[in-house]
Design a protein around this ligand. Sequence first.
Ligand code: ADP
Ligand code: MG
Length: 232
Amino acid sequence: MTESAIRLEDVHLTLGQGATAVHVLKGVGLAVGRGESVGIVGPSGSGKSTLLMVLAGLERADRGLVEIAGTALGPLSEDALAAFRGRNIGIVFQSFHLIPNMTALENVAVPLELAGRADAFARAEAELGNVGLGHRLRHYPGELSGGEQQRVAIARALAPEPAILIADEPTGNLDGETGRQIADLLFAEQARRRMTMVLVTHDPVLAARCRREVRVASGLVAAPRPADALSA
Ligand SMILES: Nc1ncnc2c1ncn2[C@@H]1O[C@H](COP(=O)(O)OP(=O)(O)O)[C@@H](O)[C@H]1O
Ligand SMILES: [Mg+2]
């Protein structure tokens, strides 16, 4: 039996405290198979980014099951969770989240070095070459275009060879053509490395490139539309 890459059952999460507390996730269930690509769509404020944070182990569910690559995240200590995330999950954000005073090479290599990889810089150089940035290793993020910055972020996410890649509106800050190139890169790497990929997007064309679309509305995964159910 092939176990799920991702399994969520009845996941609840409230963010904020007191008067600003928001019950964001209200019983989310989701199962994603190994090597599958899932596009998460839904209105702004519906809880898509929060859902990704929970999948990535960056936010802990208040209740419910979050199981990634066969491991339930709930019982893990903070250190164990951080180590698990580093080994298994790559994350790409809309606004790149590069460290501005580090070069492209350092942005990719330093997390590997912190994880104890002796070959951090060689590996980072290879990953940057792979995303087409072999000629920009010593540039700082401020000296790179948006598309180039996102390529650095993708190289950083891929460098530890994660089983699962999570992307939150990865093309949201890019023009149409650059966004398409970044999407091409993500799907090519997903296929080549046989990764599971979950991405949030407002772009229906990008969502449709995923094997499956999942709609989030008001903190819940909405029932599949009839067309989705038929093609499932
Ligand atoms: N730290 C927080 N404290 C309180 N409310 C939050 C916090 N983070 C997000 N929210 C609220 O949770 C809801 C879902 O946010 P989010 O997951 O970012 O939605 P989406 O990515 O679908 O636009 C929004 O109403 C947002 O205001
Ligand atoms: Mg969001």
